[in-house]
Design a protein around this ligand. Structure first.
Ligand SMILES: Nc1nc2c(ncn2[C@@H]2O[C@H](COP(=O)(O)OP(=O)(O)OP(=O)(O)O)[C@@H](O)[C@H]2O)c(=O)[nH]1
Length: 694
């Protein structure tokens, strides 16, 4: 007897009813509760929905319609009809889920209950209206960055702006939401500029506010300068207690040179020691901005943050762009997604771009088809099109990281345009060698470095190799923190472990045996009094003196009050020496360093001591020496020793002896021979670590 199986849910006829009835919604909920609720969550979080009168958001992402009606079925129905009635096609998505129509034709809606708004059926084209960015004419767009000195509250202010515009919920967990990277969360600093598009309703007009939260530390200033290219204004945030600091000045001048509107925002007015009036005076004196233009806020408590939004609309001009011209889009940032390829952040200076368009990269001249365009809200939110003046993202099947250059111009196929100026390339200040711990990991590490440098284009990469550490790269960074963060991101985001060699700075050497070069210490260039308590000092320093621990020493000496910024002042003559490390008279190439003459002895001694601790004793004595030219400045000795692996084998079994000797021979393969001395790889790593901590 054949058994008939009960029809599965998908085979059951989906109810097609007009007004939501009990059975319709029960079926709907039982079938796709999870998917539905997550969809509903998005709907309710959508700023569009937020603007519906009488539908305020609740903290868990659902709107009050969902929460205020006792029965979940009824609440879902109510949300759907409310949305439909207001003309938002997202109800169609709900209906698709409700009837299983994602697998078949879209459902037809009948009349809504009398007390609810009238509904209509949306075609799929109309459905896309929700994300139709054409509803933001150029005059309703404001593109701005938040810039400040470290910890003055940029990310906290960004949180409040996201909350005020309904982009995120106001919950305890929503802190520094634009600091998305693990390294940012762990270190509590921003290292990567992040974009968010906010939809804001002001006096009956819908505004599109594109906000870029930037890092404050000097090592990431390249992120700031790039972000400013997509903006017409900046919020210059100044701590009401600390006042103007080094990066405040540096960032102001970046914005000033780019001719952007600057809105000074004095933050942390809630602090006990806050003195906003003093900071106002500083701002007037140093930047020549009238003190009445300063907005005093507490980003933490949300005090007066609405005035910031108002000022953004009133004081920052809309972008000057032409939508009717052919597309001209600047790639100002990009990331790599292993499934979708390169995701390029673009600012549109002219024209329109939509899914399906054929675009060309001015840099590579390659043509691509656009798979997706959208805005960051703050997560990716696909849109139908992006228009000139807007900032968003674009995915166009670029699978290779070298195809998406930051600063590149994208244009439509067969409609070439003059490329945008792009960006000045970053000038690395600190260099270090990077090697895989295990050479078999070389290709994986190569791919990881390529992907990460796509997201951090200020790092320079050149291939390098070392006899001790194998094939690797020579990387250039903007500072020591930048180097540490890059290394940490490699580990956290790409699961790569690497050996980083001593950070060094670039030198220009005149190769002459007789010429000695006169040393130069820091030279004071000028001194400006910002107010009664603050002074700005300018010095010319040897770069090597400041990259490693200068910042920390300055902070501890001044109890945290002094701040520091630097820029490249070109090459200067200095009394530098090349220090060799010798093992039994043979130079160890990996440990050759350039050091200041006065520090050569202490550094040489430390390296010799560490090498002595790391070298295994061998059959002969090993002399470890630090030398400048032919002059030995430090020496350590490793005493002779013979390890007799057969010592414990008394007579007998020859196979056991062979095994022990074989194991010893294998161990020796991991050693590098310098002259007659065998050096394990670990020894190099330990010594290089000492040098970097010096
Ligand atoms: N009391 C007080 N603290 C604030 C206020 N705004 C920010 N903070 C605190 O200041 C610290 C730094 O805030 P962030 O928003 O991370 O500063 P940031 O400028 O983004 O920092 P970086 O991106 O690393 O330069 C955090 O501990 C915040 O809680 C404020 O208005 N009042």
């Amino acid at each position: 007897m054949s058994r008939r199986r009960a029809p599965c849910r998908r085979q059951q006829a989906a109810p097609r009813c007009g007004a939501p009835s009990g059975c319709f919604w029960s079926w709907y909920l039982s079938r796709a509760t999870r998917g539905l609720l997550s969809s509903l969550h998005r709907v309710c979080l959508s700023p569009v929905h937020r603007t519906l009168p009488g539908v305020p958001l609740k903290t868990n992402g659902l709107c009050c319609c969902c929460l205020s009606v006792p029965s979940p079925d009824a609440s879902v129905a109510r949300v759907m009809w409310t949305l439909v009635g207001r003309g938002w096609g997202c109800a169609r998505t709900l209906a698709r889920w409700a009837t299983g129509a994602a697998l078949g034709p879209a459902p037809t809606f009948g009349a809504a209950p009398e007390s609810w708004p009238t509904c209509r059926v949306y075609s799929s084209a109309e459905f896309k209206e929700k994300l139709d960015m054409s509803r933001f004419p150029v005059e309703n767009i404001r593109n701005f960055s938040i810039v400040a000195h470290v910890d003055h509250g940029k990310s906290t202010l960004a949180d409040r702006l996201l909350e005020l515009t309904g982009t995120i919920d106001k919950t305890k967990n929503n802190k520094q939401v634009l600091d998305k990277l693990q390294v940012e969360r762990e270190r509590g600093i921003t290292v990567k500029a992040q974009t968010a598009s906010l939809f804001h309703n002001c006096e009956g007009k819908q505004y599109l506010l594109n906000l870029i939260d930037t890092p404050g530390h000097v090592d990431f200033s390249y992120e700031v300068s790039r972000s400013l290219s997509a903006c017409q204004g900046v919020l210059l945030v100044v701590d009401a207690n600390e006042g103007i600091q080094a990066q405040t000045v540096a960032n102001f001048f970046l914005a000033f040179e780019a001719q952007l509107s600057v809105i000074p925002v004095i933050n942390k007015i809630d602090l006990k020691n806050a003195d906003p009036e003093r900071v106002e005076n500083q701002i007037e004196k140093v930047f020549d901005i009238p003190s009445d233009e300063c907005i005093k806020i507490s980003a933490k408590l949300g005090t007066n943050v609405e005035s910031v939004l108002q000022a953004v609309i009133e004081r920052i001009p809309p972008p000057k762009v032409h939508r009717k011209n052919p597309l001209r889009a600047l790639v100002f940032d990009s990331t790599f997604d292993q499934y979708r390829g390169v995701i390029a952040n673009v600012a549109l200076f002219d024209g329109v771009v939509s899914k399906g368009d054929k675009i060309v990269s001015a840099h590579t001249q390659k043509t691509y088809e656009v798979n997706e365009v959208g805005v960051l809200n703050p997560n990716e939110q696909p849109t139908h099109k992006l228009y000139a003046g807007q900032v968003g993202y674009l995915i166009a099947g670029m699978k290779n990281v070298t195809e998406a250059q930051i600063g590149d111009t994208l244009y439509l196929h067969k409609q070439p345009v003059e490329p945008l100026p792009g960006f000045k390339s970053a000038k690395p200040m600190v260099f270090a060698g990077m090697y895989p711990i295990d050479q078999s990991e070389y290709n994986n590490l190569k791919s990881a470095i390529e992907k990460l440098t796509l997201n951090d284009s200020s790092v320079t990469v050149h291939r390098d190799s070392s006899l001790a550490l194998g094939a690797g790269w020579r990387l250039g960074f903007l500072g020591l923190l930048h180097m540490e963060v890059f290394n940490q991101r490699l580990e956290q985001e790409y699961n790569a472990s690497v050996i980083l060699t001593t950070p060094t700075v670039p030198y220009k050497a005149v190769l002459s045996s007789s010429k000695l070069i006169k040393a130069r210490r820091a030279v004071q260039k000028n001194m400006i009094f910002i107010d009664q308590n603050r002074v700005m000092l300018k010095y010319l320093f040897p770069l090597n003196e400041i990259v490693v621990d200068f910042y920390d020493s300055l902070k501890s000496l001044s109890s945290g009050y002094a701040s520091f910024d630097y820029e490249d002042a070109g090459y200067q003559t200095a009394e530098l020496v090349k220090m060799d490390i010798l093992l039994n008279g043979n130079t160890v190439e990996e440990l050759v360093t350039v050091v200041h003459k006065d520090k050569a002895h202490s550094i040489g001694k430390a390296i010799c001591e560490r090498l002595k601790d790391s070298l295994p004793r061998q059959l002969f004595e090993i002399a470890i020496q630090a030398a400048i030219g032919s002059k030995i400045i430090a020496r350590e000795t490793v005493k002779a020793y013979r390890k007799n692996v057969l010592a414990k084998c008394y007579g007998g079994d020859i196979t056991r002896k062979m095994k022990l000797l074989k194991r010893q021979a294998e161990g020796k393969k991991k050693l590098r021979k310098i002259g007659n001395v065998e050096v394990p790889k670990d020894a190099f790593i330990k010594v290089l670590k000492t040098q970097s901590s010096k």
